[in-house]
Design a protein around this ligand. Structure first.
Ligand code: AMP
Ligand code: MG
Length: 403
């Protein structure tokens, strides 16, 4: 049985073999947040395009400054002003943040370190050459490649694209991820369930998680625990980039997902993982498509999606597989877990930095969605650990939707 790290690596290895998006499309920079870039972006000119003042103050020849030295101010330069004349000897120019430093000047003295009477500016100290100036071309040279295929577009990447005038970006199409729930007890969320039925909440959480991962959810509804219905709907799901099933992968008499996938000649890379919740999780390839069979208990479905499906969505988008959103925190109470499986326990993390502490939540096991609503993370209890003490540092996987 694979550990969750081994199982994750298996996903990354197999999906990584067919890396790259299946299609790309041009997207406005306004709409491209979270997409994966499929082109190179180069600078249109040097950055900064001129020697830029980083302060409101005076442009000077540094060697003309000294404690109590005075220079005549002969004009001002605002941000955006065209600057042609060079700084004449024995003078200074008032300059604003973001304005171009005139040629000749080799320093900007911030206004706080000067005093002024009429045209005369008095300096408190000697300026250092280069101070408060960002030289032309020092951030990026002209025609420099600044964004490359496979980069995920966050606000900084989008700002950079906008800065260089790349207003349309060729991006990977979001991978289409089919979502198929299974189970005779499952009804549509807008139906009133019978006394022993449940609403299909997994399709909703899975669609949300696909979204967060950067995919496009294709919700296929629910398959009954019957070979024919499962077979039909699984084959429909296999038309998309990937298929994620919930339920039907455990040992029960009506857990038929693996059987049906096997009949469709799926190659399985794993069909259980040493974790709890989520042990029966299945990953394989059917034809050219990747299939995940996640256990149906809602918390198992959510945890195994984070562990195994997110990296696949990344790779199918042409990006690197993201790491797990893991941080360290202090355990707020002692824990006693059966060794052998890595446990993921819903918890509430509070505080910042070294003060970060996790408190466990009471829960009724992996069907307990109300408990998960109170959780903002999962404490990872390593397989070999039986006892964890109060105050011990533990790894925590945070909910991506909350952090
Ligand atoms: P299974 O993995 O099919 O054995 O299902 C395990 C548990 O998860 C059962 O209690 C199911 O009722 C529940 N479950 C299965 N599918 C869903 C679903 N789509 N939405 C909510 N709960 C589900
Ligand atoms: Mg079931």
């Amino acid at each position: 049985m694979l550990t969750y790290e081994q199982a994750r690596n298996k996903v990354i290895e197999e999906v990584g073999k067919r890396r790259g998006p299946s299609a790309t499309t041009a997207v406005s920079v306004w709409d491209a947040l979270g997409l994966v870039l499929a082109q190179q972006v180069k600078t249109d000119r040097e950055y900064p395009p001129f020697d830029r003042s980083t302060r409101d103050g005076y442009a000077v020849h540094s060697k003309e400054t000294a404690p109590s030295a005075q220079l005549k101010c002969v004009g001002e330069i605002k941000a955006g002003d065209t600057v042609r004349e060079s700084l004449a000897a024995g003078t200074c120019l008032q300059i604003m943040t973001g304005a171009a430093v005139p040629s000749g000047a080799d320093a900007v003295v911030m206004i706080e370190q000067t005093s002024r009477e009429g045209d005369l500016v008095r300096f408190e100290r000697t300026a250092q050459p280069g101070q408060n100036i960002v030289p032309r071309g020092s951030e990026a040279f002209a025609a420099q490649t600044i964004l490359t295929p496979g980069m995920r577009l966050g606000y900084a990447e989008l700002a950079l694209a906008a800065q260089v005038g790349a207003v349309q970006l060729e991006c990977a199409r979001r991978p289409r991820v089919a979502i198929l729930s299974t189970g005779d007890e499952v009804v549509l969320i807008d139906e009133t369930p019978g006394p022993f039925q449940i609403r299909n909440s997994n399709s909703v959480s899975l669609a949300a998680q696909v979204h967060i991962a950067g995919g496009e959810p294709v919700v296929l509804g629910n398959a009954a625990d019957r070979i024919e219905d499962l077979g039909e709907k699984i084959e429909r799901g296999l038309k998309e980039d990937a298929l994620v099933l919930s339920g039907g992968v455990s040992m029960g008499k009506y857990d038929l997902v693996e059987k049906v996938l096997r009949e469709l000649e799926t190659e399985f890379y794993f069909d259980e993982v040493a974790i709890r919740p989520g042990r029966p999780a299945v990953f394989g390839k059917c034809g050219e498509k990747f299939v995940f069979g996640l256990p149906g208990n809602p918390v198992s479905t959510m945890v195994t999606f984070e562990l195994f499906v997110v990296p696949a969505v990344d790779l199918l988008s042409g990006a690197e597989a993201r790491g797990l959103p893991m941080v360290e925190a202090r355990l707020g109470e002692a824990l006693n877990e059966k060794p052998g499986l890595t446990h993921f326990l819903p918890a509430r993390m509070e505080g910042q930095g070294a003060e970060r502490e996790v408190k466990m939540l009471k829960w009724q096991g992996s069907g307990d969605v109300p408990a998960l609503r109170r959780a903002n993370c999962f404490v990872v209890v390593p397989a070999e650990k039986e006892k964890l003490d109060v105050g011990e540092r533990v790894e925590v996987i945070v909910r991506r939707d909350l952090f």
